[in-house]
Design a binder for this molecule. Structure first.
Ligand SMILES: [Ca+2]
Length: 269
């Protein structure tokens, strides 16, 4: 199960009324959480060089309906998202970290998947975070590229803000809250392989299910991006990490859709 299939399922669920309505307010909800979550535990570990694989990804907007599908893909190592701490400066209270989409090699026996190796599939994006105890706050806004074999290009998530909390021993990220946006123009040229529809233009699909841009990323009073919000957990998997960049093998079937630039029609209740 790939990410875009999951997003497709998400959209379908939303279209069928199975999800919450996602009363989005841009990054305001997250900023409120950031303000409240100040009681970080102590951090006793040096984080430099540690690699974390995301083991839980749960959307809180626009719907929660997809989280079980994500859990399965992560469990099977088909969805590999990685945080890497490149430098931890306990005196300055900062970390320099990187994010990338990776690919995993795993074995399966009786339905149980065992990781063999992980490799980055895209050049990691580096960001800095302020460290308060075991809590890190991403400084400014960052952009991540996420890719898997079911899309024709990485989808670019920008305007990302958020925070997370390491376990005291540094072997896990116990909670991380993130939000960001995907521009409508990115979706217009994106072909995605959806579980029920095959290869379709993602913008066409979003319009089909009346999910319209709900975030004004460039503050020009016109909605231009889809707002996503969620939280994740991660565990350290440093011994299984290979720094060799291993691009995801393109799926030729994903390249056949046409651009779709029609205007989104919001759903009328
Ligand atoms: Ca705008």
């Amino acid at each position: 199960m790939r990410l875009w299939i999951m997003l497709g399922v998400l959209a379908l669920l939303g279209a069928c009324g199975g999800g919450d309505d996602g009363d989005n307010t841009g990054g305001q909800d997250l900023l409120a959480q950031e303000t409240e979550g100040g009681d970080a535990q102590a951090l006793t570990a040096d984080l430099t060089g540690r690699i974390y694989r995301i083991t839980l990804l749960e959307a809180t907007a626009p719907t929660k309906e997809l989280n079980k599908v994500w859990a399965k893909a992560i469990d099977e190592y088909k969805l590999t998202l990685l945080f890497m701490v490149q430098e931890h400066d306990p005196v300055a209270g900062t970390i320099t970290a990187a994010f990338t989409t990776g690919v995993s090699e795993a074995t399966e026996a009786d339905g149980v998947y065992t990781l063999v190796k992980m490799m980055p599939a895209l050049e990691p994006v580096t960001f800095t975070a302020k460290l308060t105890g075991a809590r890190f706050d991403i400084q400014g806004e960052v952009s991540f590229d996420i890719h898997d074999p079911t899309v024709n290009k990485p989808f670019h998530v920008e305007g990302i803000t958020g925070f997370g909390i390491f376990s005291a021993d540094g072997t896990a990220i116990e909670d991380c809250q993130l939000s960001g946006g995907i521009r409508e123009t990115q979706a217009e040229g994106m072909c995605a392989t959806l579980l029920t529809l095959g290869v379709v233009n993602f913008h066409w699909f979003m319009n089909l299910v009346h999910i319209c841009p709900d975030w004004d990323l460039d503050s020009d009073q016109t909605m231009d991006a889809y707002y996503f919000q969620g939280h994740l957990e991660a565990e350290e998997r440093t011994p299984f990490y290979d720094e060799t960049i291993t691009p995801i093998v393109p799926n030729d079937n994903v390249k056949v859709c046409q651009p779709h630039t029609e205007e989104c029609i919001p759903k009328v209740d």
